[in-house]
Design a protein around this ligand. Sequence first.
Ligand SMILES: NC(=O)c1ccc[n+]([C@@H]2O[C@H](COP(=O)([O-])OP(=O)(O)OC[C@H]3O[C@@H](n4cnc5c(N)ncnc54)[C@H](O)[C@@H]3O)[C@@H](O)[C@H]2O)c1
Ligand SMILES: [Zn+2]
Ligand SMILES: [Zn+2]
Length: 362
Amino acid sequence: MAHKVQGIIARGKGQPVELTTIVVPNPGPGEALVQVQACGVCHTDLHYREGGINDDFPFLLGHEAAGIVEAVGPNVTNVKPGDFVVLNWRAVCGNCRSCLRGKPQFCFSTFNATQKMTLLDGTPLAPALGIGAFAEKTLVSAGQCTPVNPKASPAVAGLLGCGVMAGLGAAMLTGEVQRGYSVAVFGCGGVGNAAIAGARLAGATTIIGVDLDDRKLEWARQFGATHTVNASTTEPIAAIQAATNGNGADVCIEAVGHPEVLRQAFYARDLAGTVVQVGVPTPDMIMPNIPMIDFFGRGGTMKPSWYGDCLPSRDFPLLVDLHLQGRLPLEDFVTETIALGDVEEAFHRMERGEVLRSVVLL
Ligand SMILES: NC(=O)c1ccc[n+]([C@@H]2O[C@H](COP(=O)([O-])OP(=O)(O)OC[C@H]3O[C@@H](n4cnc5c(N)ncnc54)[C@H](O)[C@@H]3O)[C@@H](O)[C@H]2O)c1
Ligand SMILES: [Zn+2]
Ligand SMILES: [Zn+2]
């Protein structure tokens, strides 16, 4: 029998989100039904509500979640009922060009659940990032469930499901930050501060946080920034050069999603350094106008980073373990915990820059 539970949906472009009853089918082959315990509010949920991702309304929002597997369908071997899992949006296929090349973290053919969750009248819902976890229960592909140590709190573990993983991975995996590196992070929201925490964990000795908001820079210092720059009053390229003996940073991470910030990251980088683009641009944005001779002449690499280039089955358990050992303060990203009905207000607090993460507890 299908399950009738409460969930948060976005019915139309720019409309406030709604708490309503949704219908979640029992898991079919390869699927898992998850009782959601916690789900963070990510900027991408707001992008969905604003019609910035696509027009497949109504959406079932929420995708940064942890919970308990309640039931699994036929042919599921990676999880069983009772497992504590973090949900991911990279259930790898094992068969595409990238998986066959031994690079499943770039899988070109990831899985979501096959069956649809619906409204009471049968209208199919489009789950955000194939997850839809602002709901008491959700249906996902079993590969979207990554078991982790159940000693971690759901509010904290769930953060690895999106933004915090994207930031940690932007530094540690895409940017390949090494011991002794200098790293500059542009945008110190949840993603940027996770990049700062990742740079510290990887052994960076100079970490420069750049934002327009002093509150965010205060958080950046907590997560490990050795220097901070308020770009609304100080030109960030010169400030980063000044903090790195005039050279620029080895790795510059753009965690805003804006061409002018990408330009700053490009010029604030040392010769042969790396620029990582983890902030998500809108479709109208174009690359900054950089003379090609500068691109060629400075060497190094520019890399976009989706989900921090993570492989959930490899990275979530180890990051949870580092957290439980006191080496990764994931709890500091949780600014507040809220109820399912408070998501709309949490979007407004996010827009006003008052939170790193609001986390819905169920
Ligand atoms: N690549 C991925 O897989 C992935 C995953 C999750 C989120 N994201 C994206 O990462 C970006 C950041 O997400 P977030 O949750 O941290 O958002 P956020 O809104 O919490 O943080 C963005 C920060 O950038 C700052 N900022 C804005 N303009 C700036 C400028 N010109 N210079 C410096 N700082 C500036 C803001 O003050 C804010 O602190 C978003 O674009 C989000 O969609 C990407
Ligand atoms: Zn694949
Ligand atoms: Zn997200």
